[in-house]
Design a binder for this molecule. Structure first.
Ligand code: BG6
Length: 394
């Protein structure tokens, strides 16, 4: 594949750019991996100077040890085309800017509200910016099956499939990638990774913060479309998939698709939706909105390996703490040999994959309780990846 020669960031002054993309561009610059100019596009009245100052503030605010030399180089490398996405003029000015930078094959990243995807794709198409370009599309990819199919068809009118990237940032988290390595690089786990040994799998993504000013976005999306159908389903497929034939994208996708095909359609009686108190007071939220900010559900995978093992998923905002983890719970031993009649039976063994800030793995086992009897007590084998392996990418 030829490399793209510019990165165009639609939504350059927005929330996603501030939280994730600009810090990521800084990190790429620090590693020497950002070798193309970055052109932001945004509905704002800023010029290059204001945008550069914004990039500086975002990096300084999110990366306390940012190196001034790297940051200055990044800032030199960014510019902004301001304009409305519905206006042809915005796209012709973008084309002029790219030509001035000597770019012939840019990558366009759509960090914009989902309802603007078609407008921008058509704007790129009608200004001739698509023939040698690539495109990255954020979630949610449509609201439902027909709208996802329409979006796909529109993308295919302007881009070859090999130039379309449907992104899920969870798959860039090394802690999530580690699920694959942990499962398939350790022969210890494979023999017990099935319904004979596993009683349940529980995936939790809880966030201690609310929607943080993203009312308009959240009203369109809700928790199910924001994180369940994408991030958390991806985590489940990595936990549940068969070993892929190789690590290339198609082989991984083929195995994930098998898991998704074996998943039973969700049953409404197995879903709980909730909304945090105070959501209705957030800016951009309808007074009687019933959009969910919390969802818990029970997923069943009817495959040979997983039949009968419930996968419980729960996620929400404004909860008590911020946690991202997958817990695999094993069956208890067939006979509680060491259970003392007066004490509760031993806990089940657990493997806890910590996928968030403090990423690592904890295995809960039983050991002999000190003393004359043969009773048990839980102990943990735990590794914190940052301490054991050094910094990892988010
Ligand atoms: C985003 C969602 O995709 O993922 C946010 O839109 C959510 O609502 C975020 O907070 C969580 O990802 P991370 O990597 O910041 O934990």
């Amino acid at each position: 594949m030829n490399s793209s020669d510019a990165l165009v960031l639609f939504g350059a002054t927005g929330d996603l750019a501030r939280k994730k993309l600009i810090p990521a561009l800084y990190r790429m610059s620090a590693r020497g991996d950002l070798r193309v100019p970055v052109v932001g596009v945004a509905r704002s009245d800023w010029g290059d100077a204001e945008f550069r100052e914004h990039v500086r503030q975002v990096v300084e605010g999110s990366i306390p040890d940012a190196e001034p030399v790297v940051l200055d180089a990044l800032i030199e490398n960014v510019s902004l085309v301001a304009g409305d996405y519905v206006s042809d003029d915005t796209f012709s000015r973008l084309a002029t800017r790219l030509a001035a930078l000597g770019s012939r094959s840019a990558t366009h990243y759509l960090a914009i509200p989902p309802e603007m995807f078609p407008t921008v794709i058509e704007g790129l198409g009608s200004s001739g910016l698509t023939s040698t370009a690539r495109i990255v599309v954020e979630k949610p990819f449509g609201r439902d099956l027909p709208s996802a199919q329409r979006l796909n068809a529109l993308l295919h009118q302007h881009f070859d499939e090999s130039s379309i990237f449907r992104i899920d940032h969870y798959l860039g988290k090394e802690s999530v990638e580690d699920l694959l390595v942990f499962r398939f690089a350790n022969s210890l786990l494979e023999p017990i990774w099935n319904n004979h040994y596993i009683a349940s799998v529980q995936v939790t993504m809880s966030e201690a913060f609310g929607i943080e000013g993203r009312g308009a976005f959240y009203e369109e999306v809700g928790t199910i479309r924001d994180v369940l159908q994408n991030h958390l389903l991806q985590v489940i497929t990595l936990l549940a998939m068969e070993p892929p034939l190789s690590t290339d994208a198609d082989a991984l996708r083929d195995e994930k698709v098998k898991v998704l095909k074996a998943m039973r359609p969700l049953d409404c009686t197995h879903i709980v939706r909730g909304q945090y108190e105070g959501y209705l007071d957030e800016a951009g939220v309808a007074p009687k909105s019933d959009v969910e900010t919390y969802v818990a559900c029970h997923v069943e995978i009817d495959s040979w390996r997983w039949a009968g093992v419930p996968f419980y998923v729960r996620t929400g905002k404004a909860l008590i703490n911020t946690v991202l983890e997958a817990v695999v719970e094993f069956h208890r031993p067939p006979r509680m040999l060491f259970a003392n009649p007066d004490t509760p039976p031993p806990h089940a063994n657990l493997i806890r994959f910590r996928l968030g800030a403090d990423d690592g793995v904890t295995i809960s086992l039983q050991a002999k309780q000190p003393g004359s009897g043969l009773s048990t007590t839980p102990v943990e084998l735990s590794v914190a990846f940052a301490a054991a392996l050094g910094a990892r990418q988010e």
